[in-house]
Design a protein around this ligand. Structure first.
Ligand code: G3P
Ligand code: MG
Length: 247
């Protein structure tokens, strides 16, 4: 399965211009011409995959407490900003498919829920993305989650995600049969980039919100960036055709 890697991903759905990890954000990214979005997927108290970043509700909603202890009836009644709801992963996929957006689905398990989250997201994804022209790209800081995704949904490509890339990263990429390396832009080292380039593995960096940083990372050979500043990078993203990976 080929994977057309775009140059830009709207981070957490719509970046800074819409409430993060909401359908409004995804819609906005599409409207501004982005061809790809990244969002975070965690399980609710009922085991439903939903879009949310933190393990707790306080920062992004008007609720309180742990996402993993909040039943759906309560979770879906919350305000996630500007009257938006916390979306089900299934609804985010439907939006992406409607708008033709490529999705980087970051599997974001709450601590202790790695296996359950990965199993649920991987199994559900197979059906949700069935027949899609382009499959999503899974990523996760949890290597356990990626391993489970590899085994349960091998047809969906994977990227390994690190804040700081460890020395044995290439071994991990190979073990997980991953196609991309994702890391924090501020920690990206030249030796990692060189090793990635030598092995034909595209590097994706988060979170890049200034033009100078973007320019310098692309010049260094980074393939794609995650941004909150959809306003700054919309024009660039719609003009770019994409780098084609895989067969
Ligand atoms: O997947 C890239 C980036 O989203 C990872 O960091 O904390 O924003 O999910 P975070
Ligand atoms: Mg993320």
């Amino acid at each position: 399965m080929g994977f057309p890697l775009p140059r830009w991903f709207a981070h957490r759905g719509g970046g800074a211009l819409a409430p993060e990890n909401t359908l409004a954000g995804i819609r906005l990214a599409a409207r501004l011409g982005f061809s790809a979005v990244e969002f975070d997927v965690m399980l609710s108290g009922d085991g439903t995959p939903v879009l949310i970043h933190d393990e707790t509700l306080e920062r992004t909603t008007n609720g309180r407490g742990a996402v993993s202890e909040t039943p759906d009836a309560q979770l879906f009644a919350l305000d996630a900003g500007d009257g938006e709801r916390v979306p089900r992963y299934a609804d985010a996929v439907a939006a992406c498919r409607d708008y033709g957006l490529l999705a980087n689905v970051e599997i974001k398990p709450a601590a202790g829920f790695e296996r359950q989250t990965a199993e649920t997201v991987a199994r559900l994804s197979t059906g949700l993305w069935q027949g899609a022209t382009v499959q999503p790209l899974f990523s996760s800081f949890s290597l356990e989650a990626l391993e489970i995704a590899r085994d349960l949904a091998p047809q969906i490509p994977r990227g390994v995600l690190f804040e700081q890339v460890p020395v044995d990263w290439l071994e991990t990429v190979r073990r997980l049969q991953a196609v991309t390396l994702h890391c924090a832009a501020r920690h990206l080292r030249d030796d990692v980039l060189a090793e990635a380039q030598a092995n034909g593995i595209p590097v994706l960096c988060y979170t890049v919100n200034t033009e100078n940083t973007a320019k310098s990372l692309f010049e260094r050979g980074v393939s794609a960036l995650f941004t909150d500043r959809l306003d700054l990078f919309a024009a660039e993203t719609s003009a770019y055709k994409g780098l084609h990976l895989g067969g």
